[in-house]
Design a binder for this molecule. Sequence first.
Ligand code: TXA
Ligand code: MG
Length: 397
Amino acid sequence: MAQFRGSRGLVPSRGVGLAPQFYFYNIFLCFFHGIDYFTENVVKYMKRFFYTVVGFRYVLIMNTKILTANQLDICAGIIKEGGIVAIPTETVYGLAADAFNPTAINKIFTAKGRPNDNPLIVHISKKTHLTKVAADIPPIAHKYMEQFWPGPLTLVLKKHPALPAEALAGLPTVGVRLPDHPVALELISLCGPLVAPSANLSGKPSPTTAWHVMDDLAGKIDAVVDAGPTNFGLESTVIDAETGKILRPGAVTENCLSAVRPVFSGLSFTRKEINTPTAPGQKYTHYAPKAKTTLVVCKEPHKKILHLASNTVNKKNLGILTTDQNKHYYEQLGATVLSLGNRDNPQQMATLLYSHLRQFDTKGVKHLFIEGFLENHGFYLTIMDRLIKAASYDIVK
Ligand code: TXA
Ligand code: MG
């Protein structure tokens, strides 16, 4: 990734900011999508325009500051005083607070509307800091750390007694990760360890840009650090460090994990199969767009989708999430069709997944059909895990 030298060392150049033309373009788009789209989105785009033009890089709107990667000293000050700040990581944006401050931790649950039986992940900036937050670390955990840290792997370990129960929903364990993002690492070194769940409203797709964060949490959090889009676009893999069991599939695939110890995760296609989830968060609605969402998993999903879509009278309400290989099948439909790109490049598709799910909301889609994937390996598995949950288990085979 290209970098420039900021006042506090190397930061990603994508942190420089978003172009004002982007917001003009979106306002312009409103006129093409009709009055419904206009009324639904004009306030949002005017707000973004205002953030950009009035304050450009540092504004105070509805009590949420937008900071750059060069303003991490301000960010650290807010966190040390018990505030909550959205920060970039290599996976998704996280909503960070001091891991040892129960009042600040409670603010995260309130801002997100998160059920308080769902524990938070603790983020550290050095492997040696693991002993500050975890206890009785098994030797195998060091193998995972050597192989995957810094990176998108969360290890569930026995918690350190000093960690407040508020962060861990009263569990005796803690999920810990060392993110692979220069901004996150620098901030954690200034004021960490930090707890950070994904910085979205509970139930919605995780944010992969600072603007996704603002759409969900403006006015509810103290600040967001805008460092451009995240690299992976999907959350970290969560494993039980002792057994190696995958608790949540994520950006480190089971194939990669097998370098340390063989694992098999498999997908749950029905809600019943996750009645006793190992990661508490897995039982809640996740990644869900506003539209009623149906996931179609079969050999030629476009055929089934075109058949199902033929029952919808107003095609303008229809959305279809497809790939470059299949998008031409929907050209005549008059629906909102978004492509994740080349279906043979799942890692790249993952980077677009959440922003596309959010775009269907923005475009006012009422019924969304998603093409699923039959490949059950690597990143396809993680994408399918998220799609199954986005569709709330409404799956057509
Ligand atoms: O990539 C990520 O992991 C992002 C970035 C910001 O680090 N964070 C994230 O956090 O996705 P969150 O809270 O949205 O999801 C964490 C998941 C939840 O499903 C939670 O239940 C599970 O990890 N988890 C956390 N601590 C756990 C523990 N002690 N035992 C089992 N599962 C745990
Ligand atoms: Mg989350």
